[in-house]
Design a protein around this ligand. Structure first.
Ligand SMILES: Nc1ncnc2c1ncn2[C@@H]1O[C@H](COP(=O)(O)OP(=O)(O)OP(=O)(O)O)[C@@H](O)[C@H]1O
Length: 341
């Protein structure tokens, strides 16, 4: 019998994932990973994961990965904002923890497969966007190691979140999983990202708002409060039209603002590439942030960087974010934005 290790977070998705795999006839074990160090969090979520494991009848392992998480995900999150850029902690967590450390643990216990409740599909060679496009998480998995694709299982990729909740609600003993609040977008951010940053760096430090020619036009609350495309929380003297953040200059604690048309980005450069194929020059579509539609582009890969020309201007493109390429619903790879013009 083939063995599957399921990442069990105590949420409805991974609980139903575990149940489905067990029903399919696999030998199933679960693992709860302690990732971030938010006080009180693990007591609640581990108890839920244990309840789910007991209900389905699987063994639950607990892995304490807080140090790895801090080094590979949390510290880069702080450093990226301090650097005036916009981080993507989930993509780093997926590579290093959920599809890194968890796969290592699967090897230790002799599991053939690794499964999670992510909304995404795979054929063992590529990843594909989920059928439920309101829940699709493929954008956040672009950076996982290609070698492990044949060992991944995502039982929810062809299902709808609403069906998963309904299923849980209909099973006596799992009803409470259906009514749990949905987890926030970034698991360790409860309110706003600046509330997290404030414990580590000085976020509130008023500075100058400048226009593209360097003229001081207003005041802001501290550059880390802003991401590219933001249009509130700073002053622009005498402005009649909305102004948007177009650039962040951390070393001078300045933000540059401009009108909407100044925000349009037509070219991006990426590094730290992760592609599932070997093409070096191609046409594709690209998502430059989560929950946006993929736009047509031309891509050229040279010296381990990708040079991307967008066929239409895209607004709100931030250095530090991920650019993820798709052919239809097939994810072909991606990289990290180091320049956006
Ligand atoms: N702390 C954890 N330990 C083990 N696996 C985890 C953990 N956090 C997330 N996972 C796995 O990654 C999947 C996607 O995580 P995400 O944080 O997006 O969860 P979610 O959509 O809230 O899902 P769930 O309802 O299962 O919590 C989960 O379904 C689970 O399989």
């Amino acid at each position: 019998m083939k063995k599957v290790l399921v990442g069990m977070s105590g949420g409805v998705d991974s609980t139903i994932t575990t149940l489905l795999l067990k029903e399919e006839g696999y030998e199933v074990e679960g693992v709860y990973m302690k990732l971030h160090s938010k006080p009180g969090y693990h007591e609640i979520h581990l108890a839920r994961a244990q309840k789910a494991a007991d209900f389905v009848g699987v063994k639950l392992h607990v892995l304490d990965l807080q140090d790895t998480f801090k080094e590979k995900v949390f510290q880069p999150f702080i450093d990226t904002y301090a650097d005036g850029k916009t981080p993507n902690p989930c993509a780093l967590c997926n590579r290093n923890l959920k599809f890194g450390a968890m796969v290592d643990f699967a090897d230790e216990i002799g599991a053939d497969y690794v499964a999670t409740g992510h909304y995404i599909k795979t054929d063992g060679e590529y990843l594909y966007a989920a059928d439920d496009d309101t829940k699709d998480q493929s954008y956040f998995l672009f950076y996982i190691n290609k070698d492990i694709l044949p060992r991944l299982k995502f039982p929810l990729g062809e299902r709808k979140k609403s069906d998963i909740k309904e299923l849980a609600a209909s099973i006596k003993g799992l009803e409470s999983f259906a009514s749990q609040a949905e987890s926030s977008e970034i698991c360790f951010v409860e309110t706003t990202y600046t509330d997290v940053l404030k414990n580590y760096v000085q976020v509130d430090q008023p500075g100058e708002v400048i226009d593209k020619d360097g003229n001081v036009v207003g005041e802001h609350k501290g550059y880390m409060h802003y991401t590219i495309g933001k249009r509130r929380g700073f002053t622009v003297n005498g402005a009649h039209e909305p102004h948007f953040v177009t650039k962040i200059i951390p070393e001078k604690n300045q933000i540059v603002v401009g009108k909407r048309e100044e925000l349009a980005c037509n070219k991006v450069v990426l590094n730290n590439l992760n592609f599932f194929n070997d093409e070096k020059e191609f046409k594709s579509t690209v998502k430059l942030r989560y929950r946006t539609k993929a736009v047509d582009c031309d891509v050229k890969i040279e010296d381990e960087k990708a040079y991307v020309t967008l066929e239409e201007g895209v607004f709100g493109v931030a250095v530090g974010q991920a650019a993820v390429f798709y052919e239809g619903d097939k994810l072909i790879g991606g990289g990290w934005i180091i320049e956006a013009n």
